[in-house]
Unconditional design. Structure first.
Length: 189
């Protein structure tokens, strides 16, 4: 029988992550207009995904102190994506892709945070993740706002973002394996 040992850090991570997602869903359900559109329900999935990606990059050190916390954070992401997809009447194939994207992003963050054990490296990780997510959203917004309509192709941008996250997961995994192989165990004399 396997005993599951959950510590306080894991519980704090899951409560923090669930609270953040509940706030995002509460904004959607309360029909808070974050921008000028006809119906806030149409953008429910977009709002929840943005909150999940941005909050995870800002709070990576709180949300992923260990493997159990990372697993629970990733698993609690899926129901919130599905609820937002139901509210926005998004087709199941798109909601599954959106959920997979967020889970892949969380896996990337966990691999990065599991590699970097020092506080300074984890702070650098958080800064890089913030630049990638928030900076990427600003670049996409500026491109969409100021580029000609022909030049804007968000499908290619989404594919590039997904491919980049897959590459980053692979690089993180490779560097983790390489770090293990470099360890030298000294025998006592």
């Amino acid at each position: 029988m396997i005993r599951l040992m959950i510590d306080r850090e894991t519980i704090r991570a899951v409560i923090t992550w669930t609270s953040i997602q509940l706030v995002a869903l509460a904004l959607v359900v309360a029909r808070v207009r974050l921008w000028n559109t006809n119906s806030p329900d149409d953008h429910a999935l977009t709002i929840v995904l943005c909150v999940q990606v941005f909050a995870s990059s800002m709070l990576v050190n709180v949300l992923m102190p260990n493997a159990w916390a990372a697993l629970f954070v990733a698993l609690t992401t899926i129901p919130f994506v599905q609820l937002a997809a139901i509210i926005s009447a998004t087709p199941p194939t798109l909601s599954i892709r959106a959920g997979a994207y967020v889970v892949l992003w969380l896996a990337t963050l966990w691999l990065w945070s599991s590699i970097s054990r020092h506080v300074v490296y984890r702070a650098i990780l958080s800064a890089v993740a913030n630049c990638a997510t928030i900076g990427g959203a600003i670049v996409i917004y500026l491109r969409r706002e100021f580029a000609s309509p022909v030049a804007v192709n968000l499908k290619s941008t989404a594919l590039i973002a997904f491919a980049a996250s897959v590459v980053l997961v692979s690089l993180a995994h490779i560097s983790r394996i390489a770090a293990r192989k470099r360890q030298v165990i000294h025998k006592p004399c």
